[in-house]
Design a protein around this ligand. Sequence first.
Ligand code: SF4
Ligand code: SF4
Length: 434
Amino acid sequence: MVNGVDTDTQELVELLRDRVKGPIETSLDVCAHCGICADSCHLYVGTGDVDQIPSARAQQLERVYKRYYTKLGQIAPRLVGAQDLNEEVLDRLQRMAYQCTLCRRCALYCPFGIDNASMVAVIRSLLADAGRVPAGLEEHTNNAYETGNTLAITDEQFMDRVEWFEEELQDAVDDDEATIPLDKEGARVLFVPTPIQIMRFPSVIISAAKIFYAAGEDWTMSTRRFDATNFGLFSGEEEKRDEMSQRLVDEMERLGAEVLLLSECGHSYWSMKYAAETWLGKPFPFEVKNIVELISEYISEGRIKVDPSVNKKLVTYHDPCNLSRKGGLLEQPRACLEAACEEFVEMTPSGAEAWCCGGGGGVIAIPEYDEVRLNAGKPKADQMRESGAEVVATACDNCKLQLIELAEHYGVDVSVGGVTDLVADALIMDEKEE
Ligand code: SF4
Ligand code: SF4
């Protein structure tokens, strides 16, 4: 015990001081007494849980901070609403932090320019230090850290899948020589998918390979790094997060590629494009791109041709928060869909203001939050229904998983698909010379 605080709590209290600083410290008090952005948060709108109003999170963090780092909080905690960092508070913080999807829609509507999700990141890192990462999320994170991928896919399983992808590619392009290049040194593009694509949504990889074939791209996949996700970002474990990013950087260096191409996965793009250079403290000597970005370049440069009459159903686009609001990829997926589909309709609102699907930030890996997740997805389910679309396309497999569940749960009559698949289906392949 030190000053009435046990050693474990003392360590957390010190971490609190280290983490609550700079813009977080200066924005806490404003945010704790505000609440303007409440109706912009799908989690609050969909669940009605007042603990999920962004300002409630700031208020709880401020209460604990005050208790240890303000004079009045130390002398007369009740008077200023300061609270001990006890088990009950840690439980509340855990729900508040790990149910938030880090979508940053609230930040868009904050008149003070405050990013509540950055407070969530602080709380998650504290909880991770306190050993309070929810079990499902921790399992995925540890799998990735220890085996190199979240689903612990073995090298043998990976090679079996690649062999099958290659057969599918050869059938699709009618060319027995078409390959999925592996570990090709000096290839221009290193394409890194995700474990869920390898096992559950393989069409994304096969479609991408078909598009690269048609575009004549010089590309490769890696046998060492076939997981672009970063669950360390979700769990709040910074060391693991940095290691996961560093592995991709090392692989780019080993193969000498110019472009790190991330598949239909929102957070892997955002983290490598906008955050990892800061985490690792160095600029990358390569470009980071998302697959929809590259496909839209192929279309605009005439490197591939598509026939929209192949995709006759009315299609809408769900903006993954990490690609659209946080990543700025607003026009590229739309350019792909407008070229490859006969009819396209927007959801309202869309683009940077689109509702989060409710399944991001790692929440989909936490089974005890399933009910909350589905309730939080109600604004998105309503949008899908109101659009009248028959197909909801998106460019993130995490979103896809959630949208499929939402459609089923809320009885919305749509199918969910990927932008890459729709473009691949509409590809016009050059006639082979006899
Ligand atoms: S994020 Fe901005 S708008 Fe939302 S509660 Fe905090 S200060 Fe208010
Ligand atoms: S980041 Fe998204 S889920 Fe989290 S509080 Fe803001 S709007 Fe809600």
